[in-house]
Write a protein that binds this ligand. Structure first.
Ligand code: HEC
Length: 259
């Protein structure tokens, strides 16, 4: 498992606000709420049963004891944000369970992160999946980051492209050309969050790049030192017919070179 750096005290309320704005302006439909098509296609992994009922039942006890006073037992939220429904899908849709697990492991409960064991937090994640309507199966969620990275939070139809206005992350190679900043060999933008750009870039080491180009807007502090690096940029997506743009909010190096 890779180590990742964390900034505990950076909270996400501003980002939650952005997420809501995206939703209200007709952003991504809640993928997890969609019904399976009659089409015979293989369901995404998360719909094949990635936790057991027993694990989720134990996870519920963990949540009641350690999480409910902020998130409520049914996860509808209180002092902490809801962990189900639209908020969950906006923040975690298209992302992988390693990040969600790491978020819980490293930052929850705030100020008492070591009170709940890693196993108990994994069980809490199983309860979170169950409460969000993902089916149970015969094998429990494993305490293994690379196995968790294989499980994407998506609807039964699989990943949907991130819409204009979504807070996304893009990986690729940073270039400056004719005064414009751009990312080439870019993968398709994925819905993201912005609480931990460094940690997310760390987890992206070794992942393949893509073939797209994304132009960066609002590059307030020129990331000159990162030219030629493979990078992860985060920001608000603008899908134009002729080019893809990102209102940049953060950029981090993944590796000092590019293919
Ligand atoms: C003292 C209140 C409190 C407790 C207890 C608490 N949380 Fe949180 N939680 C928060 C707050 C506030 C946020 C939003 C800020 C942030 O993301 O760090 C949050 C965010 C989260 C998120 C990310 C939500 C999102 O959509 O981005 C998850 C997942 C989460 N909590 C899970 C848990 C779990 C599991 C437990 C129990 C082990 C727990 N929390 C206990 C206050 C709490």
């Amino acid at each position: 498992m890779r180590s990742a750096s964390f900034t505990r005290d950076r909270r996400r309320s501003a980002v939650l606000g952005v997420g809501l704005a995206v939703c209200l302006s007709g952003g991504a439909p809640p993928a997890a709420a969609q019904q399976p098509e009659e089409a015979a296609h293989e369901l995404p992994k998360i719909w094949q049963g990635v936790y057991t009922d027993e694990q989720a039942a134990h996870g519920r006890e963990v949540v009641v004891r350690h999480c409910a006073w902020c998130h409520e037992e049914d996860l509808t939220g209180g002092e902490g944000p809801p962990l189900i429904g639209g908020t969950f899908v906006r923040n975690w849709g298209n992302r992988y369970l390693d990040r969600l697990y790491r978020k819980i492991r490293e930052t929850m409960p705030p100020g008492e992160e070591t009170v709940v064991s890693a196993e108990e937090k994994l069980d809490a994640l199983a309860y979170l999946l169950k409460t969000n309507g993902f089916p149970s199966g015969t094998t429990p969620l494993p305490l293994n980051m690379s196995a968790l990275r294989d499980i994407q939070v998506v609807g039964p139809k699989g990943p949907q492209p991130a819409p204009t206005g979504a807070l996304v992350e893009v990986r690729g190679c940073l270039q400056q050309e004719g005064g414009r900043w751009r990312i080439i060999h870019a993968v398709d933008p994925e819905v993201s969050t912005i609480d931990d750009p460094k940690g997310d870039a760390e987890l992206a080491k070794g992942l393949p790049l893509g073939s797209g180009t994304v132009y960066l807007l609002d590059v307030f502090q020129a990331p000159t030192a990162l030219i030629g690096h493979s990078v992860m940029a985060k920001g608000l997506l603008i899908r134009n017919p002729d080019e893809m743009r990102l209102n940049m909010l953060a950029i981090e190096s993944i590796a000092p070179s590019c293919p």
